[in-house]
Design a protein. Structure first.
Length: 104
């Protein structure tokens, strides 16, 4: 099994353009056609793919759609992967934050 096949199988969400998966793998130093080996680079590419899906404005493709509860579960999954390897978490920027300034 190749890295590309593995990430598609693990994510189970059909993106119409496999280039998103290839990009996530390449960004982590993996070649999509190489034989799959479990480890940190693959796990981080998997988390990056989750972030790509989460940042897509409307997710509904081929009979699949992602609801708000699904998004929360995916955010938690990506958070866990990034935390496991101590990597900066791009998902945390997706959460709205409020900043209050008391000018008195």
């Amino acid at each position: 099994m190749t890295y590309l096949e593995a990430i598609k199988a693990k994510l189970s969400f059909p993106l119409s353009d496999a280039n998103s998966y290839v990009l996530a793998l390449s960004d982590r130093g993996l070649t999509s056609t190489d034989t799959y080996v479990a480890g940190e680079p693959f796990d981080l590419a998997y988390a990056d793919s989750i972030v790509m899906i989460l940042t897509t404005p409307n997710i509904s493709e081929g009979g699949y759609s992602i609801s708000l509860t699904d998004r929360t579960a995916l955010i938690n999954l990506a958070n866990g992967i990034y935390a496991k390897y101590g990597v900066a978490n791009p998902v945390s920027s997706l959460k709205p934050t409020a900043k209050f300034v008391n000018r008195w």
